[in-house]
Write a protein that binds this ligand. Structure first.
Ligand code: ATP
Ligand code: MG
Length: 418
């Protein structure tokens, strides 16, 4: 690859200050530099600092090889099978990731299996310029050099930051075939930063969106959870629906208006400081579909409801290899919402009120009732009952259950409930 001349902003030409950089990351940068290696802050952290945002993490790029990095730091261990990364541990279980600068693999270095789209993580070291060009978007390929405190731009990222636009490095038609997850990341970063999307990205998505279903499920799962963590699940999945990406991204998720509206409520909840759990996110994704196939006005027993919840949750969890504990919680949330929507007075209510999952189901149901205001009176009624359950009234101690030795007949129990 031909080396491109970068734009270099010296310290007085940009706003990135060392005061904004995490202390442990600075220590790592300085130590690498003192030992004669190139040491850069790379990726999202430079982008965020230039935008005046707080970076999520501070990734470091260097020309030291992983084993050279390990020799410099006592608290360092190497991870990764295909691409070795150095993890340096600091007090408080803090980890700083150091990656050796790398480049695009050549044709011969590509994996034999053409379906393996993960080859951008091949273990081939490169120059800073080559490292910039293997990245996804121009705004994600800026470097901050600890050697002279300059910002280095090989790909036009500074201009795109100014213009507030997401632009792929190179031809999106090629880069999306190389790694289809980049299509989702383009929509994600545009939503996160409130940037516009380059027209050629849209054309390439139109052409290659079906490739999303060939991407590694674990990576899609991670990006989807990123959407929830960044409080943009509603807006991004709505955009994905408009672009026809949903069937290739989340095969069982219909993305109806009401379901998107619920995700927007979930995002607001996350923005208020409540951390999002994956089970909650999964239940939120499928609640509308579940309510459709389990209409609470009809006679339906709980074992049937359980079956329907499984029909929705199991394929999702199976495809994304989601642990059974999370799957179980997501299913319980759906069933809890069904019980809440069905109303009061059914058998098993007392146990339901005491169940540890019920307050969480109520939280989800509360957001759902914002989408479906006709549920609000019911919600108020349940909320009172659940609150009373949490703080039992001293004058009204819970009645002692009469003990008798008769066992209930299990199979009839669920039927009687309805
Ligand atoms: P965040 O704030 O979410 O951490 P980020 O830009 O740091 O944003 P990461 O997913 O942490 O995003 O990735 C770190 C960097 O690695 C990116 O900035 C980008 O330069 C590069 N990168 C990540 N994923 C890809 C990809 N699929 N293709 C090419 N480069 C990628
Ligand atoms: Mg990052």
């Amino acid at each position: 690859m031909r080396e491109t001349k970068p734009i270099i902003l010296s310290r007085d030409q940009h706003c990135v200050s060392r005061k904004q950089i995490d202390e442990s990351s600075l220590k790592v940068l300085y130590r690498l530099h003192r030992h004669g290696f190139k040491a850069y802050l790379v990726g999202g952290s430079v982008r965020d600092l230039l935008l005046g945002r707080q970076p999520k993490d501070f990734d470091i790029g260097t020309d030291a090889t992983p084993s050279q990095v390990r020799k410099l730091f006592r608290n360092c261990f190497l991870v990764g099978r295909r691409f070795r990364l150095a993890h340096i541990r600091f007090a408080g279980n803090k980890l700083i990731e150091v990656a050796t600068l790398r480049r695009h693999p050549t044709e011969e270095e590509l994996p034999d299996n053409p379906d393996d789209h993960s080859h951008f993580v091949q273990n081939v070291f490169g120059t800073p310029c080559e490292d910039a060009f293997r990245r996804d978007f121009t705004i994600n390929a800026l470097f901050y050099n600890i050697g002279d405190f300059s910002v280095i731009d090989y790909v036009g990222g500074l201009q795109d930051l100014k213009k507030k636009q997401i632009r792929v490095i190179g031809d999106p038609l090629v880069r999306f075939v190389e790694d289809p997850v980049r299509m989702l990341r383009a929509i994600e970063f545009a939503a996160r930063l409130n940037f516009s999307i380059d027209q050629n990205i849209y054309s390439a998505i139109e052409k290659h969106k079906a490739l999303l279903s060939s991407a590694a499920p674990a990576r899609i799962r991670e990006e989807i959870m990123e959407l929830f963590r960044h409080k943009i699940s509603g807006s991004v999945l709505k955009h994905c629906r408009e672009l026809g990406m949903l069937p290739h991204l989340l095969a069982g998720y219909p993305g109806t208006d009401e379901s998107i509206a619920l995700l927007e409520k979930i995002d607001r909840r996350t923005a208020s400081g409540i951390p999002i759990e994956e089970s909650f996110a999964i239940a939120a994704l499928y609640l509308r579909l579940f309510m459709d196939i389990c209409p609470h006005g009809e006679k339906i027993n709980i074992s049937e409801v359980l079956h329907k919840a499984n029909e929705i949750i199991v394929p999702h969890c199976h495809y994304f290899s989601i642990a059974s504990g999370i799957r179980h919680q997501a299913r319980e949330l759906l069933i809890g919402c069904f019980r809440l929507a069905r109303g009061r007075g059914f058998r098993g209510e007392r146990r339901f009120l005491q169940h540890p999952f019920t307050p969480r189901a109520l939280e989800l149901f509360t957001l759902w009732s914002e989408v479906r205001p006709e549920l609000e009176p019911l919600l108020a009624n349940w909320s009172r009952a659940i609150e009373q359950q949490k703080t039992p009234n001293a004058q009204n101690p819970p009645q002692k259950r009469r003990r008798n030795n008769r066992r209930r007949k299990k199979p009839q129990q669920e039927k009687l409930e309805n």
